[in-house]
Write a protein that binds this ligand. Structure first.
Ligand code: UDX
Length: 447
């Protein structure tokens, strides 16, 4: 009989995982503790912008015309326990207020709510990003609280999906990491992922601590790559080099590779910043803090970029104050193809300039509502052209395709001054310069 799957926590990770599991042919029951989220999902609506996710959801949510009916939602843990053979825990682990450590309260609550209902054999699979050592502790919680005792087992299966590519990354992952303690758990996970495994996705079997560490190590490496190239951008600025050419040239060495070497205003979002901080905090608890002191530098290079973008803008506007200056900000989300503004470098820069007296107008293709909620005092425009109208400087801060396709000549007609600062090194300098713009970018020569 086909496995029945439940997904606990239907945020970014969980909603995508639930839809993907239904797409792979399983009967799926998703649970969340927020009623509004469940109501939206039941209507086949996704609470965030993620390409392809709404279509996938509507293809499977029960009650939607023409759907497979394999995907349902509930708020009831007893129903979830009764329904599933395998329970994926996908709740979030944000940064704690005023601390580097991650907040495990949602994970702990999910386990505490589910376990007392588990009266028969089940596999619980953790997908949330957690500090090393959590799985071991949670395994004890499970067997302690579940009436089925040792028949309930834990596995740790970290998730590597990128926002903007969540569906693709979930259906065709580049690897599956399975932290397991028994052959039964491995067999069940191989059954769940039979389709991607048949396409050749590598399956890496590990113990619990390694599975937990793979995720934080991967994100730390990516953050390090970005901060490395941003440090090179600082040196290029000082020494007159071009960081874009430099990245291209070192990227030809396939030990280094071209990806994640785009210099600019740095990384943000709900994962990289909080994951490297939680990793440092956990290493400290374990007495291994020295091993990760470099991550403090990675974090500070990254945060410094935002301030440097503000200073570059000030310089471009004549060097003194932002008072009386109108600044157009193109981009509010932390990356393109997402509506996520959590720890967004773009909004941070916009906010700093605004707080220093600049008149900032933001436009973003998908992030406007979230940006407005987080930063209601900024100005917002309905289109890129409207944001640029009357501006003394244009800041390109999130590399949406729409911005690369803008016509610099047409924008030049509406801007007060033709000054563009590319915080993502993604616009074509020659096209902008040809249309009479002064183009400045981070880590590149001025002309
Ligand atoms: C990341 C990881 O990539 C993913 O594997 C993990 O599961 C969750 O965290 P995500 O947060 O979606 O995914 O964003 P990612 O694509 O990694 O980008 C992070 C940030 O780095 C963005 O702000 C992006 O603009 C920035 N970035 C990325 C750069 O500044 N330069 C680059 O070269 C690449």
């Amino acid at each position: 009989m086909a496995l029945k799957i439940t997904v606990i926590g239907t945020g970014y990770l969980g909603a995508t995982h639930a839809a993907a599991m239904a797409e792979l042919g399983f009967e799926v029951l998703g649970l969340d503790v927020v009623p509004e989220k469940i109501e939206m999902l039941q209507r086949g609506e996704v609470p965030m912008y993620e390409p392809g996710l709404e279509e996938l959801l509507r293809k499977h949510v029960a009650g939607i015309e023409g759907s497979s009916g394999r995907l349902r939602f509930t708020m009831d843990f007893a129903e979830v326990a009764e329904f599933g053979d395998i329970h994926f825990v996908c709740v979030n682990t944000p940064q704690k207020h005023g601390e580097y450590a991650c907040d495990m309260s949602y994970v702990d609550a999910a386990f505490a709510s589910l376990a007392p209902h588990l009266t028969g054999p089940a596999l619980v699979v953790g997908k949330s990003t957690v500090p090393v050592g959590s799985a071991d502790r949670l395994a004890r919680t499970l067997t302690g609280l579940a009436p089925a005792g040792e028949d309930v087992e834990l596995a740790w299966n970290p998730e590597f999906l990128r926002e903007g590519f969540a569906v693709q990354d979930t259906l065709h992952p580049d690897r599956i990491v399975a932290g397991i303690r028994s052959e039964r758990a491995e067999k069940l996970l191989r059954e769940v992922y039979a389709t991607p495994l048949s396409e050749g996705t590598p399956f890496v079997v590990t113990d619990f601590p390694t599975a937990e560490l793979v995720k934080t190590a991967a994100n730390s490496f990516l953050a390090t790559k970005i901060s490395f190239i941003n440090a090179m951008a600082e040196v290029c600025e000082a020494g007159g080099g071009d960081v874009v050419k430099l990245a291209e040239a070192i990227g030809h060495d396939d030990r280094i590779g071209k990806k994640f070497l785009r210099a600019g205003i740095g990384f943000g979002g709900g994962c990289l910043p909080k994951d490297i901080r939680a990793f440092m905090a956990r290493a400290g608890e374990l007495g291994a803090d020295q091993a990760l002191t470099f991550l403090r530098e990675i974090d500070s290079i990254n945060m410094r970029r935002r301030g440097q973008m503000v200073e570059m803008t000030r310089e471009a506007l004549g060097g003194s104050s932002f008072l009386g200056k109108r600044i157009a900000v193109l981009g509010a989300t932390f990356k393109p193809d997402s509506d996520d503004v959590r720890d967004s470098p773009a909004l941070n820069v916009a906010g700093q300039i605004h707080l220093q007296g600049g008149q900032v107008t933001v436009y973003d293709p998908k992030g406007m509502d979230n940006a407005r909620r987080l930063f209601p005092t900024l100005g917002y425009a309905e289109t890129a052209v409207d944001a640029v109208r009357g501006a003394h400087a244009v800041l390109h801060l999130t590399e949406w395709r729409e911005f690369r396709e803008l016509d610099p000549a047409a924008l030049g007609e509406v801007a007060a001054d033709r000054v563009v600062l590319d915080g993502r090194n993604a616009l074509d300098p020659s096209a902008w310069r040809a249309a009479g713009w002064t183009y400045r970018a981070m880590g590149r020569p001025t002309a």
